[in-house]
Design a protein around this ligand. Structure first.
Ligand code: AMP
Length: 213
């Protein structure tokens, strides 16, 4: 299997070539076509499996399609929520690399640092926002972020999210997201409480499971 066989657009293929990715990993092979077909996805996969590219590549592709028809300031179309600052930075870095030959604007926000630079970037407009829950809710409360334009929502590392006590933050976010959206849910483990949470987020999801690498 090659990335070309997954119907990935030329600007992303070129970026993947720069990264020397020769073929998709298992989760990428399974998830990319489903996401491009606008399915909700529940992915049981750990870090190290290529999970980030499995959602980042199709999100960039779907947004590129919308963005190329729009003029003016970028509208936020995708929100990716992840539990830690390190993961958030890593995901944003991946998006930067895979989208470098597109016009897609992205930003990352997390707590523990002053919000000024993050707010400035948001003011200029982004298509894809990567966020940790606390800072995200903070900036929503202050009126810098609205979620009503989101078409693609990702909850990453859901099990860690619950372990870290973010359940109420997630519930708050879910109330602010449009009901009509595509949602992707990733977790390394799938105990009952995670499955229950996934049911409140996903609509008739396709399930993908991959073994740790
Ligand atoms: P992740 O599971 O998303 O944390 O990715 C693990 C590592 O694999 C990261 O360093 C990625 O840059 C790398 N990676 C992701 N997809 C591929 C691929 N198709 N080929 C080679 N490396 C990849």
């Amino acid at each position: 299997m090659r990335f070309e066989d997954l119907d990935i657009i030329a600007p992303i293929l070129k970026a993947l070539k720069d990264k020397n990715y020769t073929e998709p990993t298992t989760i990428q092979e399974k998830a990319i076509p489903l996401i491009l077909k606008r399915n909700d996805v529940m992915g049981c996969a750990q870090t190290g499996t290529g999970k980030t590219a499995a959602f980042a590549i199709p999100i960039i592709q779907l947004i590129h399609r919308i963005e190329s028809r729009e003029k003016g300031k970028p509208v936020m179309r995708s929100l990716i929520v992840t539990p830690t600052r390190e993961l958030a930075i890593q995901i944003d870095e991946n998006i930067k690399e895979y989208s470098k030959y597109t016009e897609i604007k992205h930003a990352v926000i997390f707590g523990g640092v002053k919000q000024g630079k993050q707010v400035e970037k948001l003011r200029r407009g982004v298509h894809i926002l990567v966020a940790t829950p606390g800072r995200l809710l903070d900036l929503i409360d202050q009126g810098y972020i609205r979620l009503d334009t989101i078409k693609l929502f990702v909850l990453d590392e859901a099990d860690r999210m619950l372990d870290m006590g973010f359940i109420n933050d997630i519930k708050k976010l879910l109330k602010l997201l449009p009901a009509k959206r595509q949602s992707l849910f990733f977790s390394a483990t799938m105990p009952d409480n995670i499955v229950k949470l996934s049911r409140t987020i996903l609509n008739d999801p396709e399930k993908i499971e991959v073994d740790p690498v």
